[in-house]
Design a protein around this ligand. Sequence first.
Ligand SMILES: Cc1cc2nc3c(=O)[nH]c(=O)nc-3n(C[C@H](O)[C@H](O)[C@H](O)COP(=O)(O)OP(=O)(O)OC[C@H]3O[C@@H](n4cnc5c(N)ncnc54)[C@H](O)[C@@H]3O)c2cc1C
Length: 371
Amino acid sequence: MPRFSDHTTVRVGGAAGEWIVADTEATALDVLARHPLPEADRREAGEDTLLILGGGSNLLVADAGFSGTVLQLAFDGIEEAHAEDGSGDVVVTVAAGHDWDDVVARTVERRYAGLEALSGIPGAAGATPVQNVGAYGAEVSQTIVDVRVWDRGRGEVVVMTGEELGFGYRDSVLKRTTIHGSPRYVVLSVRFRLAHRGDRTPSAPVRYAELARSLGLDVDAALDQRRAPLQDVRDKVLALRAGKGMVLDPADHDTWSTGSFFTNPILRADQLPELPEGAPRFAVGPDADGADLVKLSAAWLIDRSGCGKGFGAELTEGRASLSTKHTLALTNRGSASAEDLITVARAVRDAVSDRFGVALHPEPVLIGTSL
Ligand SMILES: Cc1cc2nc3c(=O)[nH]c(=O)nc-3n(C[C@H](O)[C@H](O)[C@H](O)COP(=O)(O)OP(=O)(O)OC[C@H]3O[C@@H](n4cnc5c(N)ncnc54)[C@H](O)[C@@H]3O)c2cc1C
């Protein structure tokens, strides 16, 4: 029986009751039809017997494993068609199990713009809309047209448009309807609309200042002017990510992680705790009630709470710690258990809460364990 430690990027977690690898969408649909959505109270109690697995790069599963059925979505494929409005844009349809970075690499190669800043993110395409995967100023919500999903509530395939997916920062309806890893919707394929203006198609506007500077772009120029050759953007993003341990490398324990372990906290501006002068903060628009919201940097808060790079090794006899390259990644140094990682995560969360009064929330999905 496969174990989660062999199928997740953080390489911890026990076995499952049953493990089905779906090489075709038909196999997946067959399994899904046999696993309708359980009642809400059973989902709240963590009693769903189905867990969807893509690339395992945003999952932290308990050492005891998961007693139900794991459905690993392993069907891949990319199709493309011209947009019907004559703009030259291309609509690319990607099967849920397709390796995400392969999607990005191929679209850059074909000179389609829109995904290049999302280079180097592990996992499968079907998971990208779930938490609205983002990096370097780009998010998949900027290019997603719609997704085809299996709705476990209704027992049928439906199409949800970008608008219906209600995207937010690392958030979507898909995520908001997932309770303790129990999803209502299972993504089967995703359609992206990408710009194409021939061989010299430039990148989408480069929003992230660090990336723009590294590409030699003028960060004070209007956003529409901040474009670069597609391959240059991909190469720079991969280099910047590698420097932070954010590109998978089996030889580098700093990459044995789930990526960022905590999301950046978003708080109402009028409820911000007292923060030192230099604390990074970004206005992110109003909430549903019209109150201004501010996003803080989790990495900065962690670092200034006494949890620097490498923190946590002393708590786990060196088995788990924050990355030695980036305070936001929680890493397995080679022999960590899920419990070791949770020990370090709790210490970090408590340190930030004690020092700044800010609550940090985990980004990965936790199965059979909690902070
Ligand atoms: C080194 C590293 C760097 C990372 N960098 C980034 C980054 O820059 N930006 C970012 O946003 N994320 C980042 N991540 C997190 C992760 O790569 C993404 O969240 C990715 O989209 C997860 O894909 P996956 O297929 O591995 O999902 P999994 O880990 O397999 O699953 C994650 C969750 O999504 C659910 N799920 C998976 N597939 C589907 C589906 N088809 N339908 C419904 N639910 C599904 C699972 O049940 C689970 O709850 C990083 C992770 C690592 C390890």
